[in-house]
Design a protein around this ligand. Sequence first.
Ligand code: IMP
Length: 177
Amino acid sequence: MINFVTSNKGKHIEAQAILGDLVQKDIGYVEIQADTLEEVALYGMKEVAARLQGPVMLEDAGLFVEALQGFPGVYSAYVQKTIGNAGILRLMEGQENRLAYFKSVVAFAEPGLGTVMFSGEVHGQIGFEPRGKKGFGYDPIFYVGDESLAEMDLEKKNQISHRAGSMRALKKWLDSR
Ligand code: IMP
């Protein structure tokens, strides 16, 4: 049984659909300001692995918008909390280049073993309006084809998402041990 440290119920549901038995631990950890998701995850894991027994994982994700030079990227959580999806759409006004991607980095550790990390990405576009009520965070403004991630049910999002990519890579590694 793996402890998944996250306060985000949506993340937990998506990860659980791929990895099976996961225990959500909403215990919080320090998310440092760093240039990459990998650094944020690795630093967080040091704290979390010291506080919890047994196998543990955490995940850090971000939205990278090409026309905004990769913003909000590692600042995605803060930007979502402050200006939100409406703020991103405002920043994108008049922008023809709508290309963007999500990246997810999952870190896994267990006693006696160093931390391993896996990543996944999904490439798409920032839409012109929010659509859909499913998912969370930036899902309503991130489109893959004609559909926003918030219009997709869990099964469909989990076929294509950044998180599905990183979680599947972790699962493959766990299954092969
Ligand atoms: P964190 O990994 O929890 O730090 O996520 C950073 C920000 O990106 C948060 O505001 C999340 O809501 C958002 N985010 C992470 N994953 C997704 C996703 O799958 N869809 C939409 N927003 C996401």
